[in-house]
Write a protein that binds this ligand. Sequence first.
Ligand SMILES: Cc1cc2nc3c(=O)[nH]c(=O)nc-3n(C[C@H](O)[C@H](O)[C@H](O)COP(=O)(O)OP(=O)(O)OC[C@H]3O[C@@H](n4cnc5c(N)ncnc54)[C@H](O)[C@@H]3O)c2cc1C
Length: 478
Amino acid sequence: MASGVRDPREIRSWDDEVDVLVVGLGAAGAAAALEASRAGAATLVLERAGGGGGTSAMSGGVLYLGGGTALQKACGFEDSAEEMFKYLMASSGLTPDEAKIRRYCEDSVEHYAWVVAQGIPFKSTFYHGCSGEPPTDDGLVWSGAENAHPFRDVARPAPRGHVPQMTFQTGPLLMQKLCAAVDASPARVETNHRCVALVQEPDGSIVGAVAESFGRTRSVRVRRGVVITTGGFILNDEMLAAHQPLAARCRLRVAADGDDGSGIRLGIAAGADTIHMDAASISLPVTQPWGLKRGVLVNAQGQRFINEDTYYGRLGERALFHHGGRAWLVVDDEIFEKPDYDFALAAVGETPGELEREMGLPPGSLEATLALYNRHAARGCDPVFHKQPEYVKPLVKPPFGAIGCSTDDALYAAFTLGGLRTDLDGRVLDPEGQPIAGLFAAGRASSGIAVGSYSSGLSLGDGTFFGRCAGRAAVRGR
Ligand SMILES: Cc1cc2nc3c(=O)[nH]c(=O)nc-3n(C[C@H](O)[C@H](O)[C@H](O)COP(=O)(O)OP(=O)(O)OC[C@H]3O[C@@H](n4cnc5c(N)ncnc54)[C@H](O)[C@@H]3O)c2cc1C
């Protein structure tokens, strides 16, 4: 058998026996453990760190939910599962998983109620002016590109970023509450246990797992199912080199140590298929505050390549994957303000031509781009990239500046989106599309609904949602 997999005949005596084993206690693992244990299954969670939380506890804590949640209604916004479905289908890459998106949208109102029932507080107020976690404790934000071209013409826009009540970066609160709910549930949690192998019968079914803890090996027999919720692989240089080498250039690969792809590799060793391994969320939050959306983002040829008012995750993906991670946001004196995050002016000039020379761009390139942009902006429109009129104004007041948006001088934050291929119940599939009996996955160990272009909150949103689905399906067993 492949490494990472043990034959049950190799195991002389089992150290433990449970119905459901959850591997990894981030947001997806907590959701799986809660559903499995509350359904009456003897559930064990093995977590390799000294405590639960994972990358989820280091995140912004935003959950992408909609379809008319209680919070959206309380803030006065109308939404429907159908509009949410249309947006996600249009914005989630070239090959969106229609069935998963459909289920996620239809059950989103219920999922929000479940999140609240775990003790996670949300303030019924809306914050306008940022994409993702707000600088306040407000509960609802825009967290995608719903208002921007081309999506505003595809689906009726609605804010869907649900943010637990805490000022700034709310991931720690989210995980504190979810881990407390797991502690209060019948599930058992063993920390400092790193899962190193699945136990697989010759017929392919998964019947247990092997973990290591402080040099000791421990085997767990599993009667119903193993759920892999070990996070993504942004910290694994070899896997990045194989699947998405450009992501390795990002300065900020924020993740808990566990994001090294170990769970994905356990699944592969057991015969699992993987999909969208090249997909990654790449944030380039240069247009915060939103007034900076009035700038123009150009590449190394001095050309615009996207509507600057779109979600900053789309700016990052386009700049990195299509323009080699070399870009600048060009501003004039009228619109310049200090970016919220760590971005700096890379060049300044009294004229577009001088700025272009300072930036080392081809002669005339930026001048031509600004001339075209300004010609249309004088009439308040952008026929080239269709930026919303409120962010379109001629850039004419010197001095002109270029905010550095290249991977060597700017904040690019990355995490991976691809992983084990799963169905609607979180069952892990082999390359023929057949479920591997007894094996489930959720969160960023699996490929979720954001597999090409990201909206903030989709990872925690689909991780907790499909984590719950996987937990329930694991109880039903092989
Ligand atoms: C700066 C930043 C901000 C973000 N903000 C948001 C946001 O606002 N909204 C959003 O939706 N997403 C956000 N994300 C992305 C999101 O945080 C992650 O994609 C998400 O937390 C993944 O959840 P998970 O449960 O799959 O994995 P994790 O939370 O990483 O949990 C996996 C757990 O498994 C454990 N583990 C790993 N391997 C093993 C093993 N072999 N054996 C046992 N245990 C193991 C790990 O230690 C870890 O505790 C952000 C990411 C970054 C980098």
